[in-house]
Design a protein around this ligand. Structure first.
Ligand SMILES: [Zn+2]
Length: 138
């Protein structure tokens, strides 16, 4: 099932890359269908960068994607709990982590020393440090 959903997303991305978006299921009829609940196909975890909106780059419609976005694409308890909600209550079977090139949030950390003054930057650094420590743990 997950492979079928991934193939749908990849087909949508091909349409986007070729400039052939069909913008499926984006209308008031679809909104009315969703009044009684949602059954998104997948969770997309991505950066809040305005250049990478998942619904558009995968050419998906209303109710198709459960999108979790934060600048720098960092993990937090809120993101983890949202993933849990999507799996447990919405029965989503595909979780896709969407990275992108030239991330402004990551570049801001590289270019500036905001680590002392900005909680957000401290959170990103802590998130990445925790991740790298886990990679090296046997
Ligand atoms: Zn980014």
């Amino acid at each position: 099932m997950s492979q079928v959903i991934l193939n749908e997303l990849l087909k949508g991305n091909r349409r986007f890359m070729q400039g052939n978006n069909i913008y499926p299921r984006i209308n008031t009829i679809r909104m009315e269908e969703l009044l009684n609940g949602q059954q998104p196909k997948s969770v997309i975890i991505g950066c809040a960068d305005s250049r990478v909106p998942p619904e558009i780059i995968f050419d998906q419609g209303l109710g198709d994607l459960f999108v979790l976005r934060v600048a720098g694409n960092i993990m937090s308890n809120a993101i983890l709990e949202s993933i849990y909600y999507a799996i447990e209550y919405l029965q989503v079977s595909l979780i896709l982590i969407l990275g992108h090139s030239n991330c402004g949030a990551v570049q801001a950390i590289i270019d500036n020393d905001h680590t002392e003054s900005h909680l957000f930057f401290q959170h990103i650094i802590k998130s990445h440090n925790t991740g790298s420590r886990k990679k090296h743990t046997p």
